[in-house]
Ligand binder design. Structure first.
Ligand SMILES: NC(=O)c1ccc[n+]([C@@H]2O[C@H](COP(=O)([O-])OP(=O)(O)OC[C@H]3O[C@@H](n4cnc5c(N)ncnc54)[C@H](O)[C@@H]3O)[C@@H](O)[C@H]2O)c1
Length: 416
């Protein structure tokens, strides 16, 4: 699925020199339980299985330079876009020391039991979110679970901003119209949308990505912000207040930042509402029919968090009833499927879960996942500040800290 250019993600001249100095040998084609795999460093001592090809070379350097044999599933074809549990179990086989899995895969108790039986002591999800992983089961089997924070924030926030603009200014509808050669001349009423400048943006879940997105809307469009989060975010509020001081100094109107005490209080105030919470039992259908009805009829709802945070059936009904309401979605409740009627709604912008799909981020996620596994296979400890991923992403591979960047059950396993 990843095109050849993704293999060269290095950016700075120093990194380019490094890449020339260390090139990963081409893989050897083989099979694992009958499933085709690309094998890197075939003579490596420990076997690391990766369920999908990953972008860039650095992650392969990390694993192979620590003496591991890396087997990347080479199944192609639509039916294998998301690997079945049976195929993952086959790939694990009798001996699997380390594993890198995808957010589309259901890493349940059965798979962790299989990993344990195969001698595995290191698993990493190729994602920051890990709602697809039964962490309790992994902990029960003594398997560390890695994730990849610190490299997705700005990239995901940028998609949130892009979706917001596309929906507010009806870019996709207008593009479709143009390609259909329906444009007969400028009209005062053609694709009139909503101005963001000076409006109010609501952030539900003001964590790393929520705050980065909010800053883009505040600084780019001078929007006021209302946020709802379980915890107050004083540093964020101070940032907005300092920015408001700067605007005032330059003769512009101040922007404001307020914390709403309920979602019900936030929704009616906002021209745009963007979702950035984690996904768990509490946030399932956080946006439902009742809450949609509290939003302005001209507002934009953006979801780059997880699909089930929105009741998608209720959203379709709301879009159908309110043609001036816009939804912009990167994630879907029954991903990869859409609820009936959604794709027919012209007031929706729909993209296939590409929020983290920048070259920088996808290559960085691969490096962090590989570092999680390589360090655990060596018995190295866990990096204490997972947000600060830079030391793993920059400079020569030999200079990478001998630590796992982020293990979510490190404390429970006593490897923090
Ligand atoms: N679409 C994508 O490709 C993509 C990429 C990266 C992350 N994500 C999603 O974005 C989410 C947020 O990522 P992040 O790095 O900002 O995480 P984060 O942990 O920094 O922020 C999540 C915020 O949600 C808040 N929160 C939790 N439960 C809540 C609730 N019930 N109501 C309101 N707020 C609540 C938390 O307090 C926290 O501030 C991830 O969990 C992931 O699912 C999606």
């Amino acid at each position: 699925m990843f095109a050849a250019p993704l293999r060269s993600l290095v950016r700075s001249p120093a990194q380019q020199r490094l890449r020339r100095a260390f090139s990963v040998a081409a893989p050897v084609s083989s099979t694992a339980g009958g499933i085709p795999v690309d094998v890197y460093n075939p003579n490596g001592g420990k076997r690391v299985v990766v369920t999908k090809p990953l972008p860039g070379d650095r992650w392969l350097e990390v694993l192979t330079s620590s003496g591991n044999r890396v087997e990347v599933c080479a199944l192609k074809g639509d039916e294998d876009t998301i690997l079945s549990e049976a195929k993952i179990a086959t790939l694990i086989g009798d001996k699997c020391d380390g594993m890198i899995g995808q957010l589309t895969e259901n890493w349940n108790d059965a798979l962790f039991a299989k990993l344990k039986a195969s001698g595995c002591c290191a698993f990493s999800n190729y994602a920051v979110g890990y709602n697809n992983v039964d962490v309790d089961a992994a902990t029960k089997h003594g398997i560390p679970v890695g994730n990849t924070p610190g490299v997705l924030t700005e990239t995901t926030a940028e998609i949130g901003a892009a979706l917001t603009l596309a929906a507010a200014r009806r870019i996709v509808e207008a593009d479709t119209f143009m390609r259909a050669e329906k444009y007969l001349g400028w009209l005062p009423t053609l694709f009139v949308g909503q101005l963001l400048q000076g409006g109010t943006v609501g952030i539900i879940g003001a964590g790393r990505i929520g705050q980065a997105y909010a800053r883009m809307m505040i600084e780019g469009h001078k929007m006021n912000v209302v946020y709802y989060d379980l915890a107050p975010q004083p540093a964020f509020e101070k940032y907005v207040s300092d920015y408001a001081d700067l605007l005032e100094k330059h003769g512009e109107a101040r922007v404001t930042c307020t914390r709403a005490s309920t979602i019900e209080e936030l929704l009616p105030q906002c021209d745009v509402v963007s979702l950035h919470t984690v996904y768990n039992a509490e946030t399932k259908h956080l946006i439902n029919a009742a809450r949609l009805s509290l939003m302005k009829p001209t507002s934009v709802l953006v979801n780059t968090a997880r699909g089930p945070v929105v009741d998608e059936v209720a959203l379709v009904a709301h879009l159908q009833k309110n043609p001036t309401f816009q939804a912009a979605l990167d994630v879907f409740e029954d991903e990869p499927a859409m609820k009936p009627g959604l794709k027919e709604c012209p007031n929706s912008v729909l993209v296939p879960h590409i929020a983290s799909a920048s070259l920088y981020t996808r290559g960085g996620m691969a490096t962090l996942a590989a570092c999680n596994v390589a360090a655990r296979l060596r018995g190295d400890p866990t990096w204490p500040t997972p947000e600060n991923a830079k030391p793993f992403l920059e400079g020569p591979v030999t200079g990478i800290p001998a630590m796992s960047p982020s293990i979510v059950n490190a404390k429970a396993l006593g490897i923090a």
